[in-house]
Design a protein around this ligand. Structure first.
Ligand code: GDG
Length: 470
């Protein structure tokens, strides 16, 4: 069995807390690498002072973790700059928020070159390389330039917009077209994959063999949809256990056993938290019978606080929660509980299971694992109801959820009332369907399916098109 090398911006090196704070995807990638005696390479998360950049190697439970620090300027230009101020907004369809600086683009390309130089030393001839996410779009080109001929696959965790949005990215060909140096480029949904295919066909005039296979010089680049899943069965077990934990019992007790609505999101504008609060306010305005009778718990760990817009967004969210609590709250009832600290995976699973409604309303999301985790955690006999944005990748598989337009607070507000009043038979029917889909496509299946597709043989011999060698 070939060794697998996973490359991602951040590496989830196991910490002393047994991974309690790790997200489900990190935990799953780790166990995937264990099965393939793999290696995980990427940024250590440390920013070196005075350019004292170090590389760290840790071996644990059959997995090798190699991480590298970033210099202060690389962190600023590659990570905060081009990746998070330019690529993140544009790939989430937010042209209004993108900030382009050519020095950030140069920093982004430079760090990808540095990663390729370090990675080159670790790669053995039969290794399969799996690169993750928008920080590393040009990594395969940098590796090919260094003579790496191994199979290299790429998976984009976030959305991929249509060409007319994407082409607002200055010098988009240098970044996006470099994806053609991968053997397989995977997306969350067919819609994302089609957008990339249209970009190659219409914008770059790239020849193709079929709608999902393009001819990129001496190799074929294949495109596919690989919707990421969760550890469905494992989460269900975890939720069943922690539902009875002292922590969850205390939360429930503090709510006087009122029904709970839950939202869990990294603090990010793509998650639509501000509009969601407006929707909850609308729900309260239209449904006085639920006053003092339901509590909305919003758990929002801070992220990317170094980026100016994120601090403003946080202030606006706090203000609107204060407004709703001030207007509708009572001495014995706070309508919205807002928490910025992160919780362990098991605590979250228990809270999901204890919540009548999972409120997941991103304005745009590659997949949204919280939606799937909420479903996985439910009690099949008495399940909660998932309200899900139609603009989350998860909506493709989760058709049995209550799908909403997150830009319409009035409609989301009335959907909250519908969810709280939903009869048990309908709740069970919807949940059975959702759980079945998430059991078939769980995280393990996702990883194996991607690697299987990546290792399929397919290499034609034709000339490099001009655009690629540019
Ligand atoms: C990107 C794409 C795509 C959240 N709070 C805590 C905590 N979390 C965990 C959740 C979930 C993960 O973080 C968040 O995943 P999402 O998918 O919801 O969103 P992004 O972070 O934006 O992820 C997204 C994903 O990549 C995977 O491909 O689905 O579309 O944007 O697992 O549970 N985990 C813990 N404590 C918290 O307080 N332990």
């Amino acid at each position: 069995m070939a060794r697998i090398i996973v490359v991602s911006n951040r590496v989830a090196v196991p910490s002393g807390d047994g991974g309690a704070r790790a997200g489900g995807l990190e935990v799953a990638l780790r166990s995937f690498l264990k099965r393939h005696r793999g290696l995980w390479f990427g940024w250590s998360g440390r920013v070196a002072q005075k350019n004292d950049v170090k590389t760290h190697t840790v071996e644990q439970a059959g997995v090798t973790y190699v991480t590298t620090d970033l210099s202060r300027v690389d962190h600023q230009e590659y990570y905060n700059g081009f990746a998070n101020r330019m690529l993140w907004p544009i790939l989430h369809y937010r042209l209004d928020l993108m900030e382009y600086f050519s020095r950030d683009l140069n920093g982004y390309l430079r760090v990808n070159e540095q990663f390729a130089t370090q990675l080159r030393e670790l790669i053995e001839p039969d290794d399969i390389i799996w690169v993750h996410d928008y920080h590393l779009l040009p990594l395969a080109k940098a590796l090919r330039d260094r003579g790496v001929e191994n199979r290299i696959g790429f998976f984009l965790h976030i959305p991929f917009p249509p060409p007319h949005i994407l082409t607002a990215l200055p010098k988009h060909e240098r970044v996006i077209l470099s994806l053609c140096h991968y053997d397989l480029v995977g997306f969350q949904t067919d819609g994302d994959a089609d957008n990339f295919a249209r970009y190659l066909a219409d914008e770059c005039r790239m020849p193709s063999r079929d709608p999902r296979t393009f001819i990129a010089g001496k190799r074929l680049v294949r495109i596919g949809a690989f919707p990421v899943g969760v550890e469905t069965a494992e989460l269900n077990r975890l939720a069943r256990r922690t539902e009875r934990s002292a922590f969850v019992r205390e939360v429930r007790h503090s709510l006087s056993d009122r029904p709970m609505i839950i939202g869990v999101d990294r603090l990010d504008y793509s998650k639509g938290i501000g509009l969601r609060i407006q929707a909850f306010e609308r729900f309260l305005a239209d449904n006085p019978r639920w006053h003092s009778a339901v509590t909305y718990l919003q758990i929002t760990p801070r992220s990317r606080s170094e980026i100016a817009g994120y601090a403003d967004m946080e202030r606006r969210i706090r203000e609107s929660i204060g407004r709703v609590n001030g207007r509708y709250g009572e001495a014995a009832w706070t309508p919205i509980r807002y928490v910025n600290r992160p919780y362990s995976r098991s605590a979250l699973a228990g809270l999901f299971r204890s919540s009548k409604v999972g409120l997941v309303t991103p304005l745009r999301d590659g997949m949204n694992l919280v939606a799937k985790e909420y479903v996985a955690a439910q009690d099949a006999d008495d399940p909660g109801v998932l309200i899900l944005s139609r603009f989350a990748g998860a909506a493709v598989e989760c058709q049995a959820a209550l799908l909403v337009n997150p830009y319409d607070p009035e409609a989301v507000g009335s959907t909250i009332a519908q969810a709280l009043a939903m009869p048990i038979d309908e709740r069970r029917g919807r949940h059975d369907e959702l759980y079945r889909v998430l059991s078939e496509n769980d995280i393990k299946f996702w990883g194996e399916r991607f690697i299987e597709a990546l290792t399929q043989p397919a290499r034609p011999a034709v000339a490099w098109p001009d655009k690629l060698s540019a």
